[in-house]
Design a protein around this ligand. Structure first.
Ligand SMILES: [Zn+2]
Ligand SMILES: [Zn+2]
Length: 508
């Protein structure tokens, strides 16, 4: 079979246009139970790419991003351990009712949602922001909750079958009451219910916290409940009339929550479900990012090291289900910059382009409106090491605007010691004991020579003299940089200045 030539966003968009009606509604969401992790980027970047693509094609779209801050606060994250004493009493409460330990937002859930919003701004993602607690308190889930309570047995069956569980606990209920006494949502159990109201007791022990023992009752219309996750997800898609929503591969396993969403649509709502898609994990050098295990970098680290458009390109180029490696170190980042520059020059209108190039070009078009720099990353780095002064680097590379834009990333990158060893150097003319060969080579350099000509000259000259090119390279690096390795020699001599190199060596 011929390989699919289309980019994943084309495949998905074609399907959306064929199966759904305008405006196309794209939804996604996160539970802001702590600081963002790199994987969170997927939750809004892929949806924003789909929206951008559909919009560019002239379709009407809406993108709703839901903060699931009505979820239970179930653990004090490692980086907040200094607040452990003040946070622990709030375990089991909805995140929107836990105080913000830093004191700058209405709640714990809001605090971390605002972190996510800041990251979205940097990545130029601007969905309509929704909050689960508000949606519930506005009664947007009431008719669905009523429906699940009324059809309790069917709902229970759909959840248990789709999650491959033979039997759900006897006390299973679609709704999770918030205890009116202590405010916990994780520990309550519904004891009796009809389609409009329920009684509950707050008696469960969930390991990280225990119920207070209170018994109470509420009407759905009082909005003191949340739907259990497996029903909450299809319900929010129903609330927004979602056309398409993605989730990580972990939700798309057999018996996973996407299977329940499909079962709820088919067996209970008796409707066509939204189109689902799954995305792979984000890896660092093949390992899953995990702050708690000390693998990888935080989102802010990544944003300080890699320009937003390059992050997007890196995530958008591969097939969506694949795991993606974001590696901001050494030659891997330099190659990513080169690949991005290459992608920016591919023209897919009309003439034949390869499948790989087509995907690159589309990923590029989803990443930015325009290329913000002209200079290559390797040149930028080399000129920075040679000249120090960014203004001078911008002038020499004839790309002042681009250099200004990339400057903070390169500085951070150098400070983090992510530059490959060949690019950690300065111009340090150093006399060696035997200068004869290098001096003769310098005599062959002509002012007008370009990098490639200089590069070729090294090989020609080495052959002529019967020495190995590697040996000549090493001697030149020693003389120019006082090191045995460096950037490509042709580029390096061009960057230092051919005339300056010749005079320096001849004067030794
Ligand atoms: Zn805050
Ligand atoms: Zn309670």
């Amino acid at each position: 079979m011929e390989k699919e030539p289309r980019h994943w966003v084309e495949i998905l968009s074609d399907r959306i246009v064929a199966e759904k009606e305008e405006p196309y509604i794209i939804t996604s969401g996160i539970t802001t139970s702590g600081s963002l992790h790199v994987g969170t980027l997927c939750e809004f970047l892929f949806s924003s790419a789909i929206e951008r693509y559909l919009k560019d094609k002239g379709y009407q779209t809406e993108f709703h991003f839901i903060a699931d801050i009505y979820d239970a606060f179930d653990a004090v994250p490692i980086n907040l351990m200094k607040y452990e004493k003040q946070l622990t009493p709030h375990l089991g409460k909805p995140l929107c009712n836990v105080p913000d330990p830093e004191g700058c937002h209405e709640s714990y859930g809001e605090h971390f949602f605002s972190e996510a919003i800041d990251v979205m701004k940097i990545l130029e993602v601007s969905p309509k922001l929704e909050r689960a607690n508000q949606l519930y308190s506005e009664g947007r889930f009431d008719s669905l909750a009523k429906f699940f309570l009324k059809n309790h047995e069917e709902a229970k069956k759909a959840v248990s079958e789709s999650s491959l569980k033979q039997e759900l606990p006897a006390e299973w209920n679609a709704s999770m009451p918030v205890c009116q006494n202590c405010g916990r949502i994780a520990t309550t159990v519904v004891t009796e219910f009809d389609e409009n109201s329920y009684s509950y007791k707050d008696t469960r022990d969930v390991g990280y916290t225990k119920g207070c023992g209170y018994e109470g009752e509420n009407k759905l219309s009082e909005h003191k409940y949340k739907l259990t996750w497996r029903l909450h997800w299809p319900s929010w898609m129903e609330v927004f009339h979602t056309s398409v929503e993605g989730a990580g591969v972990d939700h798309h396993t057999r018996g996973g929550s996407w299977d329940t969403a499909l079962a709820v649509y088919k067996d209970l709502f008796k409707k066509e479900p939204p189109i689902g898609y799954k995305f792979g994990f984000i890896l660092l050098k093949g390992k899953k990012y995990s702050k708690s295990k000390g693998i990888g970098l935080g989102v802010t680290d990544i944003l300080d090291l890699i320009p937003p458009e390059l992050i997007k390109y890196t995530l958008f180029r591969p097939d969506i289900q694949e795991n993606k490696d974001i590696d901001p170190t050494g030659y891997n980042l330099m190659r990513a910059f080169d690949d991005y520059a290459y992608a920016s020059r591919i023209d897919i209108s009309g003439k034949e382009v390869s499948r790989a190039d087509r995907k690159k070009a589309i990923a590029f078009s989803l990443s930015t409106d325009r290329m913000k720099w002209k200079a290559s990353f390797a040149d930028l780095l080399m000129y920075k090491q040679l000249y120090g002064d960014w203004r001078k680097v911008g002038e020499l590379l004839q790309d002042s605007e681009g250099v200004e834009y990339l400057k903070p990333y390169v500085e951070k990158w150098i400070a983090e010691e992510f530059a490959p060893e060949e690019y950690v150097f300065s111009f340090q003319p150093t006399k060696q004991s035997d200068m004869a060969l290098v001096k003769e080579f310098a005599g062959r350099l002509q002012d007008a020579m370009k990098a490639i000509e200089i590069h070729n000259l090294v090989f020609e000259f080495a052959r002529e003299k019967g020495v190995k090119p590697e040996d000549l390279f090493m001697q030149l690096y020693r003389v120019l940089l006082n090191k045995e390795k460096g950037p490509r020699m042709g580029k390096l001599i061009e960057a230092i200045g051919v005339n300056r190199v010749r005079r320096t060596i001849e004067g030794m």
